[in-house]
Design a protein around this ligand. Structure first.
Ligand code: SF4
Length: 86
């Protein structure tokens, strides 16, 4: 179910956003730990994917993990186009 108010229940609310956009592995780990305790991890992840968020930790995922998914989606769409054109 879509919950437009999910931000209000975010575990990161009130925390510094810096750890979520840091390249320091310690910060990334701290951000991911907060996400693991967050009651709105799923809608946060879905929003990040829908918005094509390339930077930062969102919904328990790192930017590297999401970029991998974005690349796989692009590859799948390209292969689909090529299949249709053949
Ligand atoms: S999943 Fe992580 S980034 Fe998303 S709202 Fe929760 S704590 Fe914040």
């Amino acid at each position: 179910m879509h919950d437009p108010q999910w931000h209000e229940r975010a575990a990161c609310r009130g925390h510094s956003v810096e750890v979520f956009f840091s390249e320091d592995p310690e910060d990334v780990r701290a951000a991911l730990e907060l996400c693991q305790q967050c009651p709105v991890q799923q809608p946060c992840y879905e929003q990040a994917m829908a918005d094509r968020e390339h930077f930062g930790v969102w919904g328990g995922s790192t930017e590297r993990e999401r970029r991998r998914v974005f690349r796989a989606e692009r590859r799948r769409r390209r292969e689909e186009r090529e299949r249709r054109a053949a």
